[in-house]
Design a protein around this ligand. Structure first.
Ligand SMILES: Cc1cc2nc3c(=O)[nH]c(=O)nc-3n(C[C@H](O)[C@H](O)[C@H](O)COP(=O)(O)OP(=O)(O)OC[C@H]3O[C@@H](n4cnc5c(N)ncnc54)[C@H](O)[C@@H]3O)c2cc1C
Length: 360
């Protein structure tokens, strides 16, 4: 059995590692062998996804930083926290740097005999190579433009700013902080006792070149004694859901299937849940002695597409609800968050959805 994965991004490497662990041959096709990794980017991974990742993909324990508490504020509530989540017995989720995960997966794959990486080729030449399955994770490959162009897309008229702040060492830097500012949410996500990643999604129709992110951080930070603010990255935010996940034995995957607003930190978590579902489909076929062919793509789409769509729409709803500049709505937002925080059932329900998605 031989699978081809197009693209050498985080999702491609995680999926490739999951497949070679099952002794399936994987060819990764890359456009640029050494991609320059944005060191300001971090990913929050849920508890259940961490367990799955460690068991089936790679032991990421060493690169994870645990989050034990989440505190939520809003610009209008001043410095008063409006809700907090904590779980005294467990971590709520964990944060890791994208580049650390990438380097770990890349170095493990390079040592694996089932793995090869090659320069990308055209669709016509690729089909001649006769892989059982082709999985496309590359936004820029011609396959995406030819086969996977029908999608629901939304431009948030927002820009994401990401950076890492270095600050005085805290004894326990394990609390994630989210502030709903009048122009969008900003999150402070600890990655060590003296470093915290900052993710701000700012509503703006135009690219405001004179926006001062450092000033913004100083304005909303009352938690850390900041010593240095590292390089700041900035990019436009979009959401998308692909209408059809596959064409014959070619399956689209990862951010190509669903791109979300980063508000809830769920984009990569969804892709990890997708890897889990795809592995189950593949396992069942192997057990039954069946080949890996386009029925894998069909079954995967049947199992994931509607849940993924509902989940993405849910995140979009949360974004729209919490991002109004209207003062009456702002009060409603604060009241709703407080209600969710105090209501034990809703509090647990939201924690569970963020951890395992729609299905338990
Ligand atoms: C600011 C930010 C914070 C995030 N935080 C989390 C998190 O805490 N937990 C989590 O599970 N997922 C998170 N995600 C999503 C996660 O980063 C992507 O799913 C993952 O990086 C896909 O990487 P890739 O290399 O596989 O895909 P690629 O296809 O190579 O990368 C996709 C590209 O799109 C960018 N991107 C991702 N989402 C969007 C978006 N909505 N709009 C515009 N560009 C986007 C990525 O930065 C990357 O450059 C976040 C995304 C953004 C933009």
């Amino acid at each position: 059995m031989k699978v081809c994965i197009i693209g050498n991004n985080l999702t491609s490497l995680a999926l490739a590692k999951a497949l070679v662990n099952k002794e399936i041959f994987v060819d990764i096709l890359y456009k640029y062998k050494n991609i320059s990794l944005d060191k300001t980017r971090t990913i929050g991974l849920s508890k259940s996804n961490i367990n799955f990742f460690i068991k089936n993909i790679s032991n990421i324990n060493k690169i994870l930083w645990p989050i034990k508490k989440i505190k939520i504020f809003s610009e209008n509530s001043g410095n008063k926290e409006i809700i907090k989540f904590n779980d005294p017995n467990n971590n709520l989720f964990s944060i890791m740097s994208n580049y650390k995960l990438y380097n770990q997966l890349n170095s493990e794959l390079c040592k694996n005999k089932y793995y090869k990486s090659k320069k990308s080729i055209s669709l016509k030449s690729l089909i001649k190579l006769d892989h059982d399955l082709i999985i496309n994770c590359d936004h820029n490959h011609e396959i995406t433009k030819k086969l996977f162009f029908k999608k629901f897309e939304k431009n948030y008229d927002s820009f994401a700013f990401t950076t890492i702040i270095e600050h005085k060492k805290l004894i326990m830097n394990n609390t994630a902080i989210q502030i709903f500012t009048n122009r969008g949410p900003v999150a402070f996500l600890p990655i060590s006792n003296n470093k915290t990643s900052v993710v701000y999604s700012m509503r703006s129709k135009v690219n405001e070149n004179n926006f001062d992110m450092k000033k913004f951080i100083s304005r909303f930070n009352s938690f850390y004694e900041i010593q240095k603010i590292n390089k700041i990255s900035k990019f436009q935010l979009k959401a998308l859901s692909l209408r059809k996940y596959y064409k014959s034995n070619i399956l689209a995957f990862g951010d190509l299937l669903h791109k979300l607003h980063p508000l809830a930190g769920q984009g990569f978590n969804m892709s990890v849940r997708d890897i889990n579902k795809l592995l189950n489909v593949i396992d069942r076929r192997i057990e039954l002695g069946l080949p890996l062919d386009q029925t894998v793509c069909k079954e995967f789409q049947n199992q994931t597409k509607s849940d993924n769509f509902i989940f993405s729409e849910g995140i979009d709803f949360v974004y729209e609800f919490f991002n109004s500049q209207n003062t009456i709505r702002n009060k409603l937002v604060d009241t709703t968050i407080k209600y969710i925080g105090k209501n034990k059932f809703l509090n647990e329900y939201f924690k569970k959805i963020a951890d395992v998605g729609l299905k338990t």
